[in-house]
Design a binder for this molecule. Structure first.
Ligand code: ARG
Length: 720
């Protein structure tokens, strides 16, 4: 990948995919890429991978919820995805008495399935709309082009929108705006929970093992798509029936060996493989350390409360998992970028590019312009991170900040009263949702801390004017942590957002003055307004310029390496991709060898009674000790294989993706990446990058033997 090669070959290979690198568009697989897949072990035709007219693997793949992948595994619309993808639906269906998150859940017949608010989206077709986009923005300056693009996308997607059949289009910019492709999706909105393992399986190892191999997590959950009798998307209804899908994946329990072919379809959310040395420097020096520092603090206070009370744990679990996941990711990302010297490698490549570009007006100033653009924004980037990850990292402050637009409406005499009434109704509904998820003790500590951290760590010239002076006037010296604590206590005691009586009074007679007098609103809105009035336009200018330079840079890279273009793929952007590689062991560092699978034996080795992350219920221990693995046993390892690793190139968004063998059968579900290659969004490492997958045989063992849900197994098409 972007791995760092010898300087001589750098100019040719830096952006050419190495063997396993690449997130390919399944509908636009070049001959060269397809031939390589066959060489690696694929036995299927191109038509079986993606076809417009016939059913193909792409029809079994779906976008699950807001940011994951799932796959259809039966002719009755059964879905497999990750446990962490179904997490909020499972938590939402749980109570302290029926704690499905903790204990697991299985529907033993369809009537026991639990409705959710999830949607899934199938890919219907894709259309290259580059010409339509370019024609519509021809002759515009870059800034006008950026302003116009949403409108252009809308005009294009309006043409394919079909409400009755649930069809919508989305246009994706590929190669940083050098190509535009529309994907048309069909969205289903009656999705029911069918099964989930207990957390001792689905989240075994917790955040300690997250992003790490070896791994013993059974990260799966099971859902089902429902539709009207004629297969159309519909809201939840008891009249709906399981969807008859266009395609579903057979499930292989044959097992595999180190080196076997593996292919992953799914929706990788975002990569930036063409990031510049400037972007990496900013990330490593400011953005990532600030985020990690602020999340450390937030997680500490949440965790303190979660371990005390199962009800608080249930309430905060989903939000905690999300914060913790990317806290560890960004910490690891910078560590790996430094280890791989990625910034320096980029600098070398950029110097070569600039030498090539000399005398070519379209390209020769790109890196001088990057330097200027980063120099202009860098002084404010920490403040922006402290606003996003700090100030609005307090749930109360984030909620209060959302009232800035209502304040605007209240200040404008011309706002129709019906409009205000509508906003107040919406605010009352979102307040209810906010209060359901709110944990006061942790949030009060977070608020005190972020106020103090912003004060200490951010340039005083960038503070909201007057805010800290007035805090000092009422609560005392800003050198004392206690000042911030007493201030936060006072905010929590007085804010109307946490007080029904005050809230009712406000909603009966909403005025801007009443809002401004609220201490939570006064605090949060001061930061938002400070940012919006002084810095937002600088940030927009910065990102717009980067986009303009990025597009030109990528065009130049392609021009400079014409032979490498066939092996180039666009950055991930949550559009469907396929990646191919092999099951493969690795050596993470000197003298250490990591096998390609983890087995049930290792679950018992990691078991720590009463531990927050490594505890196991008695039944699970007994079953594992009894070694009753039935048809799911791996003969070569003489054990139950729990997880395995492959060389596939994936990223966040691929969670839940099917891992498919050379014959098109499901062998596992991708759920994570390994720590040694956490720089993968920026640079794929051809030696160390691994995708961590749960073995489908472990999934079936958990459903069947641990969960007793043989009804689910019976629906599958097993390949033995
Ligand atoms: N790292 C995984 C991903 O981003 C998420 C795993 C969730 N587990 C956890 N312990 N937070 O897809």
């Amino acid at each position: 990948m972007k791995k760092i090669f010898l300087a001589v070959v750098l100019s040719i290979t830096l952006f050419k995919a190495s063997a396993d690198e690449g997130m390919w568009l399944p509908m636009l697989l070049g001959e060269q890429v397809y031939a390589d897949m066959v060489k690696r072990g694929l036995k299927l035709s191109k038509e079986q991978l993606y076809s417009i007219n016939k059913s193909s693997i792409k029809d079994a793949i779906l976008i699950f919820g807001g940011g994951c992948t799932g796959e259809i595994v039966s002719d009755q619309g059964l879905i497999f995805t990750n446990h962490h993808c179904g997490y909020s639906a499972i938590a939402g269906a749980s109570t302290v008495e029926h704690n499905y998150l903790q204990d697991g859940f299985y529907a033993y017949n369809m009537s026991q399935e639990i409705k959710s608010t999830l949607t899934v989206q199938f890919l219907d077709r894709i259309v290259d709309v580059t010409k339509d986009v370019e024609d519509a923005v021809k002759g515009l300056s870059w800034d006008d082009r950026i302003k116009k693009i949403p409108e252009v996308y809308k005009a294009i997607t309006d043409k394919v929108a079909d409400k009755e059949n649930g069809l919508t289009g989305r246009v994706y910019s590929m190669f940083k705006g050098n190509q535009y492709i529309m994907y048309v999706y069909k969205t289903y909105r009656d999705i029911r929970l069918v099964g989930a393992p207990p957390e001792s399986v689905g989240k075994f190892g917790g955040d300690t093992d997250n992003w790490e191999w070896p791994r013993h997590t059974g990260d799966f959950s099971v859902f089902r798509v429902y539709a009207t009798k004629d297969g159309k998307p519909a809201d939840y209804s008891t009249d709906n029936v399981p969807l008859k899908p266009k395609a579903f994946l057979p499930v292989s329990i044959k097992g595999f060996k180190d080196g076997d072919y593996s292919m992953i379809y799914g929706y990788p959310g975002g990569t930036n493989r063409y990031e510049t040395s400037y972007g990496i420097k900013l990330k490593n020096e400011i953005e990532n350390p600030s985020l990690v520092n602020l999340r450390d603090m937030r997680l500490k206070y949440m965790h303190e409360q979660m371990i005390k009370d199962p009800a608080v744990k249930l309430k905060l679990a989903n939000s905690y998992a999300g914060i913790a996941n990317y806290w560890k990711f960004y910490d690891g990302e910078t560590k790996q970028l430094i280890k791989f010297h990625t910034q320096q490698q980029k600098e070398e490549y950029e110097a070569k590019f600039t030498a090539w570009a000399k005398g070519k007006p379209e390209y020769e100033n790109i890196f001088a312009d990057y330097a200027k653009n980063y120099a202009a924004w860098t002084p404010y980037s920490k403040m922006r991170q402290y606003l996003n990850e700090g100030i609005t990292g307090s749930p109360l402050a984030a909620f209060a900040a959302s009232f800035v637009s209502l304040e605007d409406k209240l200040l404008k005499p011309s706002t129709p009263s019906a409009d205000i009434k509508k906003s107040i109704e919406a605010a009352t509904a979102s307040r209810k949702a906010f209060l359901e998820g709110e944990d006061l003790p942790s949030d009060e500590k977070i608020l005190a801390s972020v106020a103090m951290m912003f004060y200490n760590d951010i340039d005083k010239n960038q503070h909201p004017v007057g805010l800290y002076e007035s805090m000092k006037g009422t609560f005392g010296s800003l050198k004392e942590e206690n000042t911030f604590k007493s201030w936060a206590r006072d905010v929590f005691a007085k804010t109307m957002f946490l007080d029904d009586t005050k809230w009712d009074a406000f909603t009966k007679a909403p005025t801007a003055a009443a809002l401004q007098a609220d201490p939570a609103f006064a605090f949060a809105s001061a930061f938002v307004k400070n940012y919006n009035s002084k810095y937002a336009s600088l940030f927009t200018a910065f990102t717009n310029k980067n986009a303009e330079l990025g597009r030109a840079y990528l065009k130049g890279v392609m021009e400079m390496n014409p032979t490498a273009v066939k092996k180039m793929y666009p950055d991930a952007n949550f559009s469907m991709r396929v990646s191919y590689g092999n099951v493969k062991s690795y050596r993470p560092r000197d003298a250490v060898f990591y096998d390609y699978v983890c087995t049930a034996k290792g679950i018992l080795e990691k078991y720590v009674p009463k531990d927050y992350e490594f505890d196991l219920p008695t039944k699970q221990i007994e079953l594992l000790k009894a070694r009753d693995f039935g048809q799911y046993i791996d003969k070569a390892k003489n054990d139950l294989v729990v997880t395995f690793i492959t060389t596939n190139d994936i990223t966040g968004g691929n969670s839940g993706s099917p891992v498919i063998d050379g014959n098109g059968n499901l062998i596992g579900l991708a759920f994570d990446g390994n720590y040694e290659a956490l720089s993968h969004k920026i640079a794929f490492d051809k030696d160390l990058n691994r995708t961590i997958c749960v073995d489908v045989r472990y999934v079936l063992w958990c459903i069947d033997k641990l969960g007793g849900a043989s009804n689910i197994i019976k629906e599958l098409k097993l390949v033995r």
